[in-house]
Design a protein around this ligand. Structure first.
Ligand SMILES: Cc1cc2nc3c(=O)[nH]c(=O)nc-3n(C[C@H](O)[C@H](O)[C@H](O)COP(=O)(O)OP(=O)(O)OC[C@H]3O[C@@H](n4cnc5c(N)ncnc54)[C@H](O)[C@@H]3O)c2cc1C
Length: 427
């Protein structure tokens, strides 16, 4: 194998996180910034999201996914970022010290160039997430065709021009499933219903209104799909009501005729490469532990977007991508000093997911968080000691909340403070 190809900042993934990181790294002054993407075109999942609703925060207008990606691509190309498309990164080493600083090595596979070894002064992980598949659910019954994740069906319908079926059941209330319920109906399918095992909707409420209620598609909380039936092709599914313990209520099962089941039962950050590189992973989010520079447990590796935590809005993904690119560039240019302090953010009182999980206190930061169960009454979001307090009308797992902290607030904390607790108090 020939000698390793050298780059300053390498980025894995050309979704919104990777694109924002690339532009920011170049604008910060990094020389050779290369985005490695396994798909044949950049944009990530945005390419298949042809519905509107993207970019209200970033551009102040409502764009479709491809429109949003196009705006970023223009910025990225103007900034002089290089792309290596059709390129799968399949292996990564633990970063090592070389000439007194850490570097990271990984391997790519590309049809014309074959297998290549790349050495980068710093790296941004921006691989996004994947959907929880049928195999992870353990639903009883046969294994017929006609069972897809909602995202696969979205790609078929919106990009490839195939209809997965004619009579559809959706399992789970993730946003992609809700959007696909409407999409399948608009493309001529009958959508029989959406079945959700939890007593609450896991996606955005606005998607229930705009994708189900507006089109008369019924949805059932406390219900799950418990059986797949069919030889060759799916002929129907068994559906059951569950109690508060999420166990089936005897006698509540019924058979629903359909030829297609779409699964919208959760997204999982795509971190096989991160694990290979020995990056510390947070068990609740499933993504790397990061500080406000989006720096992981390995100094030269940064991460952004859904690979860190599954965001509800793409605008936040781009914002955190910019942060990762900026600090990865500083690291590559030898301009990022080690943090002098570390604060650990500890969630409590129904706050389940937080990102970032640590802070250096050197920069202003937005901490993103999700609650574990919905609160439908007045409540107070806080960060202690005495950093943040905000009254909310409600807090729901499907919608992220933000806590903004300034560097000056954090620097003024007594030197023995090492923990910041964030929580939600019901008023
Ligand atoms: C199936 C699906 C559908 C979605 N639909 C919607 C929607 O309709 N509306 C909405 O608001 N949000 C949707 N989302 C959420 C969406 O993922 C985020 O808003 C946003 O796209 C995340 O950006 P990202 O850059 O982190 O990841 P992505 O957009 O997923 O980009 C990650 C990129 O990394 C590449 N990659 C991964 N591993 C490798 C590797 N080893 N080598 C090379 N390249 C690699 C992938 O090919 C991909 O292009 C969806 C998510 C999924 C998974």
């Amino acid at each position: 194998m020939s000698a390793a190809r050298q780059v300053d900042v390498a980025i894995i993934g050309a979704g919104p996180a990777g694109l924002a990181a690339g532009a920011a790294a170049r604008n910060e002054g990094a020389e050779r910034v290369v985005v490695f993407e396994r798909d044949w075109e950049p944009g990530g999942i945005l390419q298949q999201c042809i519905h509107p609703g993207f970019g209200l925060h970033t551009f102040g207008e409502e764009l479709t996914g491809p429109e949003y990606a196009h705006r970023y691509l223009t910025r990225v190309r103007e900034a002089g970022v290089e792309f290596s498309l059709n390129t799968m990164v399949f292996q990564m080493d633990k970063p090592v010290l070389k000439d007194g600083r850490k570097t990271v090595t990984f391997w790519t596979m590309q049809p014309e160039r074959g297998i290549e070894q790349i050495e980068a002064k710093s790296l941004v992980l921006a691989m996004g997430c994947r959907e929880r598949p049928a195999g992870a659910l353990g639903v009883a019954g046969s294994r017929p065709s006609g069972v897809y994740t909602a995202g696969t069906a979205q790609r078929f319908v919106n990009m490839e021009g195939f209809m997965p079926g004619t009579k559809v059941v959706i399992m789970g209330t993730g946003d992609i499933g809700l959007i696909m319920a409407r999409r399948m109906l608009l493309e001529g399918a009958e959508v029989v219903g959406v079945f959700e095992i939890m007593p609450w909707v896991s996606g955005l409420r606005r998607n229930i209104a705009q994708c189900l209620d507006d089109f008369g598609i019924p949805y059932y909380l406390n219900h799950s799909v418990c059986e797949l039936r069919g030889r060759g092709r799916l002929e129907g599914v068994g559906v059951v009501e569950v109690g508060p313990d999420r166990q089936p209520i005897p006698g509540s099962d019924k058979f629903v005729t359909c030829d297609t089941l779409l699964l919208a039962v959760g997204l999982i950050p795509e971190n096989e490469l991160s694990r290979m590189a020995g990056i510390a992973i947070e068990p609740i989010t499933g993504g790397p532990i990061v500080n406000e520079w989006m720096q992981t447990s390995e100094d030269c590796v940064f991460a952004a977007g859904n690979v860190v935590v599954v965001y509800d809005l793409v605008d936040f993904v781009s914002r955190e991508g910019e942060r990762a690119g900026k600090y990865a560039a500083r690291y590559a240019m030898g301009r990022l000093e080690n943090a002098k302090r570390e604060f650990k953010i500890v969630p409590e009182n129904n706050v389940r997911v937080v990102s970032p999980q640590t802070l250096t206190g050197e920069d202003d930061v937005t901490v993103y968080l999700r609650v574990g169960s919905p609160v439908e009454s007045k409540c107070r979001l806080y960060a202690e000691p005495g950093l943040f307090s905000q009254r909310l009308r409600y807090a729901r797992p499907g919608e992220m909340n933000e806590i903004k902290l300034s560097a000056s607030q954090l620097k003024s904390l007594a030197s023995d403070v090492t923990r910041i607790t964030v929580g939600l108090e019901v008023l």
